[in-house]
Design a protein around this ligand. Structure first.
Ligand SMILES: [Ca+2]
Ligand SMILES: [Ca+2]
Length: 125
């Protein structure tokens, strides 16, 4: 173990702190401070963003979802809305349809299309 390994470990901890910090900022104030209460739709946006960040932060770039991260996000967070969410073939096809620049990673805006489609279907539009 050289200094390089230690440094990388520290950076990872720092990144985890940042994720936790973001989560805390979003959840604690509006639960404990009435004056900071967000409207329902704003809260829904915060939930989507914080869940995206939680799953995106597991490997590689903390701002984008790899196929593995996308697969676990769908399995844990969208198992009812996404049919056959645990089927790797379904995940592969879904990921391919969302990954506009074909770099194998989903940015929030690429991922967001899935939320739009699911919401559209859910609303019967
Ligand atoms: Ca990632
Ligand atoms: Ca992409």
């Amino acid at each position: 173990m050289g200094n390089g390994d230690n440094k990388r470990g520290e950076e990872r901890l720092e990144r985890q702190d940042k994720v936790l910090h973001t989560c805390c900022n979003q959840t604690i104030p509006h639960q404990s401070t009435p004056s900071y209460r967000l409207n329902t739709m704003e809260s829904a946006i915060n939930v989507l963003v914080s869940q995206f960040k939680t799953f995106a932060g597991k490997d590689g770039s903390s701002n984008t979802l790899s196929k593995e991260e996308f697969s676990s996000l769908v399995a844990f967070q969208l198992p009812t809305f996404v049919k056959n969410a645990s089927d790797p073939v379904v995940i592969e096809q879904l990921m391919g349809s969302l990954d506009e620049n074909n770099d194998g990673e989903l940015t929030f805006l690429e991922f967001w299309q899935l939320i739009g489609k699911l919401a559209n279907k859910q609303g019967g539009f």
